[in-house]
Design a protein around this ligand. Sequence first.
Ligand code: GLN
Length: 447
Amino acid sequence: TSCLERIKDVDGSIHSFIRVTEEEALKQADAADKELATGKSAPLCGIPFSLKDLLCTQGMTTTCGSKILENFIPPYDATVVEKLKNQGAVIVGKVAMDEFAMGSTSENCAFTVPENPWKNGYVAGGSSGGSASSVAAMECLGSLGSDTGGSIRQPASLCGVVGMKPTYGRVSRYGLVAFASSLDQIGPLTRDVRDSAMVMNAIAGYDRRDSTSVKQDLPDFTASLTEGMKGVRVGIPREYFGDGLDPEVAKVVEGGIQALKSCGAEIVDVSLPHTEYCVAVYYLISSAEASSNLARYDGVVYGYRDQDADSLSDMYRETRSSGFGDEVKRRILIGTYALSSGYYDAYYKKASQVRTLILSDFQKAYKSCDLLISPVTPTPAWKRGAHANDPLAMYLSDILTISANLAGIPGISVPGGFSSDGLPIGIQLQGPHFREDTLFRAAYNVE
Ligand code: GLN
């Protein structure tokens, strides 16, 4: 109830929630109380969570921040939601996001746009902006978001919370509405690193309902937190400290490097030479996959349908024209173009080839280090509306997070400090496939 009270008190100004599910939450909380009284409850029993509104929730609207799914009620829970519920966690509601997870500020949400809880008038980041703002504003203790090109780590950084994007395949995507299937991963946004590791313990693991989920041993992610950094080699990728990096951000990351050093880590310089191609490769591949994934919203099976059309093709056209927002339409256009015959080899195929080079950059770097430290975003949060008419500037701000998705590696954003005007600045750690444990260990020494 204290989170529900808090939501009532502050959400009128923070706007994290698309829907607060009070009645359900109170029922779940009652059940959790009974479970807790037995003394044998699971670690997340009774813990209030918010969910990004692209995670399917049985009997509860799942809008993806889009008018086209405004009234869509899934008949089943996503695997991660089922896992949280099995532990007795309490779902307090569904939170704001950029439409279909396309964006970096959550301003592309059709229903509500979250504020940065640290400073009014500033963006919370995106696309999991409502997840980050709800945790930062203490409207819940944890949230699940999704990260296709930085959408967990970037809002976590801008809102001063911890955001973990697991290795591709580590967490089941069953019940996550797809944006770009080869890049999407679900992960936790939490107040601190230990909470993040505990949520990962709950949600990770093989799921036969997701054909890309991986059968891999699951460590206890909390086990290595207090091990210190002796013998761990931390790489500084020089391309991540180039032009356009705000000096205040650089200073905070430098502080993180010093912290790891003083805990016993060895610091090495590394290079990821294909970093400059990441933005182009990401926007081609993610838009191509999105154009195909979003073909299903045609007014027939799900959500919104235009009522005035008098032929089938008119109905498709009108439904999609008024159901999707501008950014989603832009991505569908880019994706359809990149996949069309005559252009496929020049764009999609080329991008896929460069994607392999980006992965091999990481594989080479991990021969001389165990993890990488860098900024998450080139700047702290910016004013709402600042990039509204400049999609390219917005795409370029993703440069430091998208390569992890292209390579499928895990990454975490940990709060590192503040800018001179009081906005949080995060530090990013990235590791080899399935080494979330190393990231948690280092993150624990940075926070
Ligand atoms: N900002 C990126 C985009 O707009 C990342 C989105 C995401 O990770 N879902 O595509």
